[in-house]
Design a binder for this molecule. Structure first.
Ligand code: DGY
Length: 325
């Protein structure tokens, strides 16, 4: 019997790749960079499944280029803003993602960024490498206390909750704002729900973003929102770059409206090395590594492969994205 044909848009960890190769006739994109959009249109032709990454835009055009036999798009990510879910649903194509398994790893990174910003870790390291460490100085590289400070979490989903747990271990006060108003979420971790975003922005010393990218959250953190934060505030983003208006953030950091930003995700992404945000000493940027631990990336590969294999075999994949009700 012929194996189902699938296109795998990048080399993923072996644990998942081997599962795909065992069951499917797979074409794997070998390059480090994503397939350019015109090539993607060619590569997906005749495929029953696509394993995509968050860097691959999968819209109706790609789905139609694949053809009516396309059964599943399995995203190697929990986020799925790169996929037109409505277009997939109209065409009866399933979309899979990788929820749950990267929650704690991403929360770990958000807390790492929080601590790095508060205690100016990267600036300290750069200071030494620049030969500026001459002696112990009472006033040099002073940062902010983490303990007993207020952490504001925007989006109290799985990752937000895990971040709250970490913060509690540091005796932080945790407040949150969630568009879906979920008081029970905060109760489970001793966090206090704010009734408006403004309330959170005004109170928090650290603000961490954990919302999906939607039309509602695009530029949620704009000049107005930044203007409502404390001057000492530190902003942490491990969600999606476009939740923050990069120009407004540059302005706020440059003019001292807020103190620091620590970003795992940016807009644009990747951030070009000559981008103005990278000229600021009070902006730390890492290259979208929220889920980047060996164990978690392996689990993501297995879950994405399970979704793909189930989808092309006519079974219900274990993790499918549902259209919002
Ligand atoms: C995701 O899964 O959405 C992250 O951004 C990458 O792991």
């Amino acid at each position: 019997m012929n194996k189902p044909r699938v296109f795998v848009a990048r080399i993923i960890p072996e644990a998942g790749l081997n599962m795909v190769l065992d069951t499917c006739d797979a074409e794997i994109w070998p390059d480090e960079l994503p397939p350019p959009s015109n090539i993607l249109l060619e590569k997906v032709r005749g495929m029953q499944g696509i394993l995509s990454l968050l860097t691959d835009r999968i819209d109706g055009e790609v789905m139609d280029a694949a053809g009516p036999q396309l059964k599943i798009i399995s995203n190697y990510a929990v986020g799925f803003d790169n996929i037109d879910i409505e277009a997939a649903s109209e065409r009866g194509i399933l979309v899979g993602n990788t929820p749950g398994i990267l929650t704690e790893t991403t929360a770990d990174l958000a807390f790492t960024l929080l601590m790095s910003g508060a205690r100016r870790i990267v600036e300290g390291s750069d200071y030494i490498r620049a030969g500026r460490w001459k002696t112990f100085k009472p006033m040099e590289l002073l940062g902010l206390d983490i303990h007993h400070a207020t952490l504001g979490i925007i989006g109290m989903g799985r990752i937000g909750i895990e971040l709250a747990r970490r913060a509690k271990g540091f005796d932080m006060e945790v407040i949150y704002f969630d568009h879906r108003r979920r008081p029970e979420k905060g109760d489970s971790v001793g966090a206090k729900m704010c009734h408006s975003l403004d309330e959170l922005l005004a109170q928090a010393d650290f603000i961490s973003l954990h919302v999906p990218l939607t039309t509602e959250t695009h530029h949620l953190i704009d000049a107005t929102a930044l203007g409502k934060m404390k001057r000492t505030a530190i902003l942490i983003n491990t969600s999606r770059g476009q939740v923050v208006d990069s120009d407004a953030l540059y302005e706020a950091l440059h003019s001292g409206k807020i103190t620091y930003a620590a970003l795992d995700v940016t807009d644009p992404e990747p951030l070009p090395p000559d981008h103005k945000l990278l000229t600021l000493p009070n902006c730390l940027v890492v290259p979208h590594i929220g889920s980047a631990s060996v164990a978690t990336r392996n689990k993501m590969a297995v879950m994405a492969a399970e979704n793909l294999v189930a989808g092309v075999s006519g079974q219900i994949p274990p993790h499918i994205v549902k259209l919002p009700a």
